[in-house]
Design a protein around this ligand. Structure first.
Ligand SMILES: Cc1cc2nc3c(=O)[nH]c(=O)nc-3n(C[C@H](O)[C@H](O)[C@H](O)COP(=O)(O)OP(=O)(O)OC[C@H]3O[C@@H](n4cnc5c(N)ncnc54)[C@H](O)[C@@H]3O)c2cc1C
Length: 483
């Protein structure tokens, strides 16, 4: 008979302390024994619970075994069985981005949408060392004053308190602090520590050192590859040097500045509809993949819609699309505000790479600002920010973006499959979503529908699609799609 044993779970360290985790005899209070025991499964015939008991009985041996198996054999996935929770408090919004760039972890952060912010910000070490701490603090102080003034003006113009704060934050700089809870396994933690060690910002490196110190206290044998190699440290400079050599007269190329919802489709899987539907067909009836692609490739819109209907029949608004939808993908270039980026970056089942915040890309203006007559205040905030940004070294300085506002923009390249596109669309085109990310998601959906007219036809926010999905329940018939 199958046996299922709860082998471990994460518990608040305060509780573990009360249970005596720091007592020298409580050596086994480490997730390393789980990793060591699981690592043995492949070669040791004993039941797993016995392997765990053996690892707990000799933690020193378990640690040595982890080091050997993980680092000498390269059987690195066993480090994923050790999981940590971290509170990150008082980290700048800019460095939160560096932390959350690691996809295989979980984050929940203080929302600048829902919480009215006090004057909490970092003065970067680089700014202090350059003797500019006072001027920088004065600048951030002015930002918070403008934030307060904008929130009051928006409320006076009829916006409720929450929405007023949500839009006023476009005037706050990326030096503003955030806090977050992070749940991460040892493998991702090690990679995060390595990336942060190579980061150009002192604050990021400091966060990395603190994470390593705290993690090593509990699981030293699983956090060993923590020094960044030269490839992590020097990549940007290497590419910039190559660009200068290749195009000596114009290494930076063209920077196009466009409207608010700046979304361009760079690439889509050619005939992605056929690829998705062929995979659906092959999976359902066991057909040869080439035959399935050939058959679907020759189907007209009506036949394809029929297959699509069958594959998505009874789909609820919270259901993920079938995995076969991952066989079609989209690559977008998006120019978006820091506020919108903060939301887009949370979608982990995607590949997101970003250029620096660049005042040359303009700013995103909350529509409510025009209604409340805040155009001049925004212009003043942008002038102030850009002067401080230039003073901190401008485009070539990693420190300068601390001065950028949530309204400032960056250029990102985003590749995601159609299944994740549905998820983004359901959440971010919904009426609960914030207007800026909603505009980005809607523009992406419009491109996706053009690229995959059949398989992307049910894209849309939860609220609007729910009704449509209910209405389409019934006998199979060609659908016009959801617009
Ligand atoms: C209206 C709104 C308000 C929000 N407010 C906040 C807020 O105040 N604070 C905050 O921190 N975030 C907030 N978020 C962000 C939200 O919590 C998600 O992090 C974000 O929307 C990304 O979506 P996701 O996590 O569902 O999936 P994605 O990262 O896009 O991944 C897609 C799917 O993959 C699966 N998946 C991915 N990673 C894991 C994993 N580690 N374990 C299990 N399954 C996984 C899930 O099925 C998930 O739906 C908000 C989002 C919305 C839409």
């Amino acid at each position: 008979m199958a046996r299922v044993i709860l082998a471990g779970y994460n518990v608040d360290t305060t509780v573990l302390d009360a249970l005596g985790r720091r007592n020298p005899e409580a050596l086994a209070a480490t997730p390393e024994t789980l990793s060591a025991a699981y690592a043995r499964i492949s070669r040791d015939p004993r039941p797993v619970d016995e392997l765990r008991a053996a690892a707990r009985a000799d933690v020193g041996r378990a640690r040595a075994s982890n080091q050997r198996i993980v680092f000498e054999f390269g059987h690195h996935s066993v480090a994923e069985h050790a999981v940590f929770n971290f509170d990150l408090i008082g980290v700048s919004r800019l460095v939160v981005e560096a932390v959350e760039a690691r996809r295989l972890a979980s984050y929940t952060e203080k929302s600048q949408r829902y919480i009215r912010l006090g004057e909490d910000f970092v003065v970067p070490a680089e700014v202090r060392d350059a003797g500019r701490a006072e001027a920088f603090s004065a600048y951030v102080g002015r930002c918070f004053e403008r934030y307060g003034a904008a929130a009051r003006a928006l409320e006076a113009a009829g916006r409720d308190e929450r929405l007023a704060g949500e839009d006023a934050r476009y005037l706050l700089p990326l030096a503003t602090t955030a806090q977050l809870g992070m749940t991460v396994n040892a493998r991702t933690l090690e990679y995060l520590v390595r990336c942060l060690a190579a980061h150009p910002l002192a604050e990021a490196r400091e966060v990395g050192r603190a994470l390593l110190a705290a993690g090593s206290e509990v699981a030293p044998s699983l956090l060993l590859f923590v020094e960044p190699g030269r490839s992590l440290r020097g990549r940007t400079q290497e590419v910039a040097a190559a660009a200068r050599a290749l195009w000596p007269d114009d290494p930076d190329g063209r920077s196009v500045r466009r409207g608010v919802s700046d979304v361009r489709l760079l690439h889509a899987t050619p005939d992605g509809d056929a690829r998705v539907l062929a995979a659906v067909l092959a999976g359902a009836v066991g057909m040869d993949g080439v035959d399935a692609l050939d058959r679907v490739g020759r189907l007209g819109p009506e036949g394809r819609t029929r297959l699509f209907d069958a594959a998505t029949r009874h789909l609820g608004v919270h259901d993920a699309l079938p995995r076969e939808f991952e066989h079609a993908s989209l690559t977008f270039e998006v120019v978006l505000s820091a506020a919108a980026f903060g939301q887009l970056k949370r979608h982990r089942m995607a590949t997101l790479t970003a250029g620096p915040y660049d005042p040359g890309l303009g700013v995103t203006t909350p529509p409510s600002f025009s209604e409340a007559g805040l155009g001049a205040l925004l212009a003043e905030a942008v002038r102030d920010a850009e002067a401080v940004w230039a003073d901190l070294g401008g485009p070539t300085s990693p420190v300068a973006p601390y001065a950028c506002l949530n309204a400032h923009r960056r250029r990102v390249v985003l590749t995601l499959n159609l299944r994740e596109m549905y998820h983004v669309s359901r959440l971010r085109e919904d009426s609960h979503a914030q207007w800026d990310i909603r505009a980005v998601a809607s523009a992406m959906s419009a491109e996706a529908r053009r690229a995959f007219p059949v398989c992307a036809s049910l894209l849309g926010g939860k609220d609007r699609v729910a009704e449509f999905l209910t209405a389409r329940e019934g006998p199979s018939k060609p659908q016009a799609g959801f617009e």
